[in-house]
Structure formats: C-alpha cells, structure tokens
Design a protein around this ligand. Structure first.
Ligand code: ADP
Length: 567
C-alpha cells in the first residue's frame, strides 16, 4: 500500500476534522457546562445573600424600633408630668385663689422650677374669658370662646394643642385642663409650654450618623425642626408616613432618591407622632465585610469553574480531534482496500480479455511473417492491409481495456469535472461485459433525450457504480435483468437508478446494508462496498437511497449535482 494512503487525508477528511467544527463544539460545550455549573452557584449565593440581608436588616431595624418606643415613652411621660402638675394645681387651689395674680405667679414659678418649659399660666372661665394671667404677655381679659382648643378642653377635660406661633410669635403649645366646680360650673387652667424642651428631647433620639428625628402632627406639619426634612411648622418633606396606633417601621424613598428606614410612633393624649429615620445605606461594617466576602467567593468560584470547564473542554476536543483523525484515516484505508479488492476481482477478467486480442495479434503477425518469408515477391497488398488492420484493431481493444483500468486506479481524492454519465456508465459496464455475456444478464439503458452530465469526480463515480452493479450482478440469477436509468431530479440534480430483478434485501437488512462490514455473501463479500459508496456520494454532494422487495428486486437511486448539459 502506498505511503500516502496512511499519511495524507483528502480535503473531505480534512474538513471532517477542521478547526471550525471543533471550535463550534468547544464553544457549545463550554457554554452548556458553564450554565449548568454556574447557575446553581449564583442561585445559592443569591439565597445566602438574601438570608443574611434579612438578618442584618432585622439587626438594623431592631434598635430603631427600640429607640422610637423609648422616645415615645419619654414624650408621653413629659406630657403626663405636665398634665399631672396642672391637675395638681387645680385640685390644691380654689377657683378664687387662682384668680389672684399673686397666687398664680407663685404657682407658675413653682412649676417652672419643678418641670421647666412652662411659659405662662391663665385661668379662663366657662365663657372663655381669661380671668387671670401670669406670663410675659398682656393677655388678661382675652376671650377664647371661639377658639377650637377651648371647645375641646370643655368637652374632653384635657387638651394638648399642636405647636403654633399664636399671639406670642414663637413656637409653643398649650396644655389646658378643665375643672368642674359643681352645679354645672367649670373653669379652665391653661399653660403654655416652650417647644425647646420637646426639641431637646427629640434631638437626643437621633441615630448617628445621617439619622434624623422629629415630631409631626396629624397633617404631617413638623412640630419640631428636622435636620433633613424641613423646618418647624413646615410640611414634612417625607411622603407616606404611617398613621398607625403603634410603633411602625417602613422603608421610604426620600426626595433625593435615597432609601430610608423610618420608624413612626403616635404620642398618646396629643396629635403628635414621633418620627425616627436613618438611610438604609448606612449598613453595619459586619454586613459590608460579609457582602465583600460573598462577592470574592463568587468571583473565585466562577474563575475556578470556568478554568476547569475550559481546560476540560480543550482536553476533550483534542481527544475528539485525534479520534476523528484516526476514524478518517481508517475510512481512507478502507476505501483503498475496497478499491484494491475490486481491482483484483477485475484483473482476472481483464487478463482473460487482453489474452484474446493478444493471441489475435500474435497469430496475424505470424501470418504476415510467413507470407513475407515464403516468397521473394511482395504478398498481395490487400492481404497485408487486412492483417495489419486486424493487428491494429486488437491492439486498440487492449488499449481500451488498459485505459479503463487506469481510470479506475487513479487516486481517490475528489476532483470535480464535468462527467458524461452515459459514457461513464457504459465504461463501468465494460468491466462486467464478459460476465454479463457469460451469464446472459441483460442490461438496459434508459437515458433522457437531453443527456445530463454531472459535476463530479470521474474515478470515484466509476467506483460507486461498479460497487452497485457488482451487487446487482451478484443478486440476479443467470438471465437476469438490470435497468440503468438516468433522469433529471429538479433543476440542480440528476438521479441515476440501477434496478435489478434479483433476490432483494429483507426488510430487517435494509437499514444495515450501508454499515461497514455488513455482508450476506458469506466468505465472498467484505461488506465494505456500500458503506464506501455511501461515503463517496456524500463527499460528492449527492445522496443514495434504496428500495427493495424480497424476490422482486432492488433499486438503488443515486442523486448527484448537475453539470453542464451535453449537446
Ligand atoms: P458485499 O457486497 O461485500 O457484501 P456491500 O456493502 O456491497 O458488501 O453489500 C452489503 C450487502 O447488501 C450485501 O452483502 C447484500 O446482502 C446486500 N445487497 C447490496 N446490493 C444488493 C442487491 N442489489 N440485491 C440484494 N442485496 C444487495
């Protein structure tokens, strides 16, 4: 076997193991494995992240709720203290005593010393007239009959007002208490409280850094100044603060888009609501560290996974490439073996065929020699010409046979040329002429008027049709019938059918006849013919199909790309 059969693969085999194909396989395998490996990792890291986030959120919000509840309690105690102090005054002093400014002054002084924050004190009768007043303003005799707060206190007994500017023109609020004198008579003790005390109390609740704390009323008007959300008596810049009856925690977005955690608690006996807030980005360092570690873990894992996947895929593709190369080499060898086998089979017939014309040549040449030797005269010219013609004819016949053999023995690499199918099929049949004659097998050609050509490799097509015809000859009995038909198959293809009336292929074998080494010719067949035929037709851009009925015959149809039409 020549050296190049082992080493040099044809362009088709090279294509089979081309880089492009492996590149695509490599990308597909890396993508598929990466998705399968990385998605669970991402889900796992995401879940861990969410769980830790929930824990840290709880840890961050718990102190907020605690602070707010403490603040609410402090503010409620502050109000209770002041209300209790005023109740005490009313209980201990008579209405008459309280109408005396001196007494009232003493009471105010005591209240200031004991609690701080009291600014003035007034006694108002049931008609809303301020009977006595001590404090920095001239408010004696002022009529509060129309004021809302006055109606409230008469109705409810105690009234804590919102913060307002009033006659005094600075932020303050009022605590007023009604006292029943009996017989349906009553009066009101009214004290003004400086909001500074409230402000200080609220400011002490601010959670540093970046936190804020303030009081708002029912209409979201700030009752104490806020660091980031407006000044006192302005509407709070934070929308959507909750109105529930207990401490509540919500996440809100500030006007600058910052996300805030806000705790809100109502202050009993007033319309005040305490609000504490901090940006949710002010995360504890533990959380930031954990987040960083999770990120690093994820990145390192992905790099490692990708490294292993890419390395593994490169290794796998190299193995595949090597296996494919060996397979292609094997196929190449098989093809060659089959060809050699066909060649061997043909040689016997050919030798027999060549012997005939050679003996004619020898006989005619001997006759010419005898004619020349027998007499000194030139033999008759016609006789000599007849003998020479016979020699030439026999030599031509030998030439034809060797020519066909040469065409068949050419190397197997695909070389596309315009092939005249009629000529090629008759040439191939020429190899089997003797057998057909000897076994009385009748071969019928059915060609269309406009004979098609195919763009194909002459030598390889010869091998294809020789394989199919060899099988047909083997399948038919002596005196059998074979029909070779050529038809146009659409605009671009030509179909060549080779039908015999031989034994046919059983249903269960039909799917296997193109498998390498599948043969039913025990001892006589290699099982390579059709598998190689299939491979060659694929390489030539064609297709082969088979139909068969046991006992009736078999028809192989080969479609091939069209060439230029022969005129
Ligand atoms: P081999 O001829 O060496 O057995 P092939 O691959 O050429 O190998 O053929 C495989 C098998 O297909 C044959 O053994 C035969 O059973 C079946 N076969 C092929 N052509 C025909 C046909 N025209 N009629 C019946 N059987 C066939």
């Amino acid at each position: 076997m020549p050296e190049d059969v082992n080493q040099n693969l044809g362009p088709e085999e090279e294509e089979l193991i081309s880089d492009r194909r492996y590149h695509r396989t490599f990308i597909a395998s890396v993508l598929a494995v990466s998705i399968v490996a990385i998605i669970p990792l991402l889900i796992m890291t995401g879940t861990t992240y969410r769980q830790y986030r929930t824990v840290f959120d709880a840890e961050m919000t718990r102190p907020m709720v605690r602070f707010t509840t403490n603040g609410k309690q402090s503010l409620e105690s502050f109000l209770s203290e002041h209300i209790s102090a005023l109740t005490m005054v009313i209980r201990e002093r008579s209405f008459e005593e309280l109408q005396e400014n001196r007494t009232l002054e003493r009471v105010l002084m005591n209240l200031k010393q004991a609690f701080g924050g009291f600014i003035d004190l007034g006694v108002i009768d049931e008609d809303g007239i301020q009977l006595s007043y001590v404090g920095p303003y001239e408010l004696e005799g002022v009529n509060y009959e129309e004021s809302i707060w006055f109606h409230e206190v008469i109705m409810r007994g105690v009234h804590v007002s919102d913060v307002f500017m009033g006659h005094r023109n600075f932020p303050h609020f009022v605590i007023a208490i009604r006292h029943d004198l009996g017989a349906g008579h009553q009066f009101v003790l009214r004290a003004t409280i400086d909001t500074d005390v409230l402000n200080r109390l609220v400011q002490s609740l601010v959670i540093q850094p970046h936190g804020d704390a303030f009081i708002i009323n029912r209409d979201s008007i700030l009752q104490t100044p806020s660091q980031f959300n407006g000044d006192i008596l302005e509407r709070s810049l934070l929308p959507g603060l909750p109105h529930s009856t207990q401490t509540e925690l919500v996440e809100l977005e500030a006007q600058n888009g910052e996300s805030l955690i806000v705790a809100c608690a109502p202050i009993e006996r007033s319309s005040f609501r305490l609000v504490l807030l901090r940006p949710s980005s002010a995360l504890p360092t533990d959380w930031l560290n954990l987040r960083r570690e999770l990120g690093i873990f994820l990145v390192i894992s992905i790099i490692l996974i990708l490294g292993v996947i890419i390395g593994g895929s490169v290794w796998m593709i190299r193995r595949m490439q090597e296996a494919d190369r060996l397979r292609a080499l094997c196929y190449h060898k098989m093809e060659y073996t089959n060809k050699m086998e066909s060649l061997g089979r043909m040689s016997a017939g050919v030798a027999h065929e060549i012997n005939n014309p050679l003996s004619i040549i020898t006989e005619k040449a001997g006759l010419m020699k005898d004619l020349l030797q027998l007499s000194d005269k030139m033999p008759p010219r016609e006789k000599l010409v007849e003998l020479v013609n016979s020699v030439i004819k026999s030599a031509d016949r030998c030439g034809g046979i060797t020519h066909r053999l040469l065409g068949f023995a050419k190397h197997m690499q695909v070389k596309h040329e315009n092939v005249d199918l009629d000529l090629l099929l008759r040439e191939v049949l020429g190899f089997l002429e003797k057998e057909a004659e000897y076994r009385s097998i009748y071969v019928d050609f059915q060609f269309p008027e406009l004979q098609p050509t195919v763009s194909s490799d002459r030598g390889q097509l010869q091998q294809v049709f020789l394989n199919i015809l060899n099988n047909a000859f083997a399948a038919v009995d002596d005196g059998g019938h074979i029909v070779i038909g050529v038809t146009h198959d659409g605009a671009n293809m030509v179909a060549v059918s080779i039908a015999d009336d031989g034994i046919g292929v059983p249903e269960e074998n039909l799917a296997r006849i193109f498998d390498p080494f599948f043969t039913t010719k025990k001892g006589a067949g290699t099982g390579l013919g059709l598998s190689i035929t299939y491979g060659i037709i694929e390489k030539l851009g064609g297709n082969i199909t088979v139909e068969s009925t046991v006992g009736e015959g078999t028809c192989f149809t080969v479609t091939l790309p069209k060439g230029h039409t022969v005129d």
